[in-house]
Design a protein around this ligand. Structure first.
Ligand code: ADP
Ligand code: SF4
Length: 693
């Protein structure tokens, strides 16, 4: 069972009037489902409770229509109609002995009000944060009283829903109590502006209001940003210390982190486990109240160290709880090897950012708990005693083999290379991506515990090999490769003359150790992380790197994973020359010819080599060959043959893992129908529709 070293993680913690059963605390995290998909949301949170988290929180919860976050979908407690959705979550958590927490938020100038059409409000007149062409107006003293009433009433509703911990939110640059603290947002000259004492006033009042309203049964937590990393423009550590000094004993729990979100949920490429410690460790020294903090903690030793060294009392986690909702349970049961460690890729964040249900690279069941009934730890047993051949040991093939093995099938996995992992093994060797290897390591570890899964390395299978193998089911997960010819979103006919040029490289070349030297242009027509990683590698190798993209900004999709600012800062620091809005129209091995996307101006730059990061092609030759021989499948005993992952259509690692998992779950199962998942229908609306509105 449990290693006694970890006992301390399983001791209860008193938070005001409530007690946690252990020290695992799922801090608030967005999920793209929120108020729009309450059943899916509640089932996702329930999985964490089942997995042993003592506290499970909502995401930020809008308290009033003047804090409407449309198009983003968060939690909502505008009035009593919103209670049942959160009550459902509370009931589910309580059934597993977990406490429910809600992060009440009024986002002031960081709301949108696109749905409610209310005028934005803030401490002072200022532009709305997210680029909407409107401004927030300065709140009057009456507005402040109203805001306090809304917050109080939302707290009472949360209590009625069954919440045990009610948050006051002053973090991430996202809520009024924080906006009143910030000198750049608060230019008031009344009792709520100017001196620190005055800027803290609203936060103090809201903490007191909340305690007075619900403190008899609920704990009052404060989520507080200790540093914004903006210099004197933002809240700095020294000021945060003064703030904590003023209200140290007011909340029942301090939940501390670094603002804004991109400095909090930093991708693993830019921050290691426990990176927030230097910014938050002072808090515990200034208060007798418990402190929860985050740091993408997946190692129980790190967790114990944080507690023993007095950094935090509760292990806060968003991403580690997404990648493995059963993380606490696994530590409790002494199953450390079974922990599915977060890789810090932030695909989970991209769900919220793209207003779609949360997904996770490591945990393909995340977001599928209700609509598909998927459980992260359990799979249905196999239907028949069939044998399955999986070709390709990348994320898709490994996940298919693992999940099919867990279902009880006799699985053979053939991999052409001498190592498993496919693209994750290769990408993990690139700068900053070492944690990608966890996708491989967890699956290889799990497969190692299954006697019914055999792995054959160094085994390139041909179509004949597959036909001769004697498996009833064949899964082809043979991956993809990067194109050299420039074909991509911006060049539908490729870029003439590049495909066979000896000085044109691809990411595969770089991963194979074939590196250019001298002046190298990285051409990014992909828009996510790959090109910036290539630039990073080449810079490390001493090349003079420039970055060229037809897009108007660098790596635009990386905004969705919070990589964007970190990428830009790193490139700037490395002196990488950036050419946005430019396409490549020619290259002769010495000069690169660029064309401005907007005015067509042609310019030349000295260049020894280009790295093409445009698009990929499936490695599906084996699949195509087997399709041509479909008439022979029957005789070979093959009942199903599927091509999955990057070999079907190149995508994210998350897509490949999901494809492998889905195929494993669905093999020999009855079809789930044309729409293979449950959807939310609003019955009240349906009633109105029937009545004709
Ligand atoms: P995905 O992301 O879809 O899992 P990867 O590119 O990561 O794809 O992995 C594909 C794996 O398949 C690679 O490790 C590659 O070596 C292997 N592979 C490709 N073709 C064959 C083949 N014919 N026989 C065995 N393995 C193959
Ligand atoms: Fe971690 Fe990536 Fe999963 Fe998010 S998507 S929880 S960062 S593995």
């Amino acid at each position: 069972m449990r290693d006694p070293r970890y006992d301390i993680l399983f001791t209860p913690v008193q938070i005001g009037p409530v007690v946690t059963k252990n020290r695992f605390f799922q801090v608030p995290h967005c999920n793209g489902m929120g108020h729009a998909m309450p059943l899916a949301h509640a089932a996702m949170r329930e999985m964490k409770a089942e997995g042993g988290w003592a506290v499970v929180s909502t995401e930020e919860c809008e308290i009033h229509p003047s804090s409407d976050l449309t198009p983003y979908v968060e939690a909502r407690l505008w009035d009593d109609h919103d209670i049942p959705a959160l009550a459902l979550m509370c009931d589910k958590l309580h059934a597993h002995g977990a406490l429910a927490a809600v992060e009440l938020s009024h986002n002031g100038p960081t709301a949108s009000n696109l749905y409610s059409r209310e005028v934005l409000i803030g401490p002072s007149h200022q532009p709305s944060k997210y680029g909407y062409p409107s401004q927030a107006r300065a709140m009057t003293l009456k507005d402040i009283r109203e805001y306090r009433r809304w917050h109080r009433e939302a707290a009472l509703r949360a209590k009625r829903a069954g919440m045990d911990i009610i948050y006051v939110y002053a973090a991430h640059d996202l809520s009024l109590p924080m906006h009143f603290l910030q000198r750049r947002r608060n230019h008031r000259s009344d009792a709520y502006g100017g001196s620190l004492e005055n800027r803290v006033r609203l936060l103090r009042e809201v903490l007191e209001d909340t305690r007075e309203a619900v403190g008899d049964r609920c704990a009052v937590a404060l989520r507080f940003a200790t540093e914004e990393l903006l210099g004197p423009e933002g809240i700095e550590l020294s000021e945060a210390q003064d703030i904590v000094g003023l209200i140290a004993e007011l909340p029942d729990l301090w939940d501390v982190n670094v603002a804004a979100w991109y400095n909090d949920s930093v991708p693993s490429r830019f921050a290691a486990e426990g990176a927030q410690e230097p910014f938050v460790s002072f808090v515990k020294k200034m208060t007798t109240k418990p402190v929860v903090g985050v740091g993408r903690f997946t190692s129980p030793d790190t967790m114990v160290s944080q507690i023993r060294r007095g950094v935090i009392d509760l292990i806060g986690a968003a991403r580690p709880s997404i990648a493995d909702p059963f993380l606490p349970r696994k530590i409790e049961q002494g199953r450390i090897d079974d922990i599915r460690e977060c890789i810090g890729c932030n695909i989970c964040v991209s769900g919220d950012m793209t207003i779609s249900p949360i997904r996770c690279t490591q945990n393909p069941t995340m977001g599928e708990e209700w609509r598909k009934g998927w459980h992260p730890e359990r799979l249905p047993p196999k239907r028949e005693a069939s044998r399955v051949l999986v070709v390709g040991g990348g994320p898709a093939g490994l996940e298919a083999a693992r999940a099919l093995g867990q279902r009880g099938y006799e699985v053979s996995l053939a991999e052409a290379r001498r190592e498993l992992g496919g693209r994750v093994t290769r990408e993990a060797r690139l700068p900053g991506l070492a944690e990608w290897a966890r996708v491989r390591d967890w699956r290889v570890g799990q497969i190692g515990k299954l006697s019914n899964v055999s792995i054959y390395l160094d085994s390139v299978l041909s179509a004949q090999d597959v036909l001769d193998f004697g498996a009833e089911h064949v899964v082809l997960a043979t991956g993809c490769h990067w194109r050299r010819d420039g074909f991509g979103r911006s060049n539908g006919l490729g870029i003439p003359g590049l495909a066979d040029h000896p000085c044109v490289f691809t990411l595969d070349d770089l991963m194979d150790g074939r590196l250019p030297s001298g002046r190298v242009a990285v051409f990014d027509d992909d828009g996510f992380y790959y090109a910036s990683v290539a630039a990073d590698l080449l810079h490390q190798q001493g090349c003079k790197v420039s970055y060229v993209t037809p897009e108007d900004s660098v790596a635009p999709w990386s905004v969705n994973t919070l990589d964007y600012r970190h990428i830009r800062k790193r490139m700037a620091k490395q002196g990488i020359e950036v050419h946005v809005s430019h396409g490549i129209v020619g290259f002769d091995g010495a000069t690169l010819t660029l064309e401005n996307a907007w005015d067509g101006t042609i310019s030349g730059q000295a260049c020894d080599a280009i790295v093409m990061v445009t698009s990929r092609l499936p490695d599906d030759a084996l699949y195509q060959a087997l399709l041509l021989r479909e008439a022979e499948w029957n005789l070979a005993g093959i009942r199903s043959l599927r091509c999955i992952g990057d070999a079907e259509a190149p995508g994210l690692i998350a897509h490949a893992v999901y494809a492998g998992h889905r195929h494993a779950r669905e093999l020999e199962e009855p079809s789930a129908g044309e729409v293979p998942f449950k959807r939310h229908f609003h019955s009240a609306d349906a009633e109105d529709l029937r009545r004709g509105g």
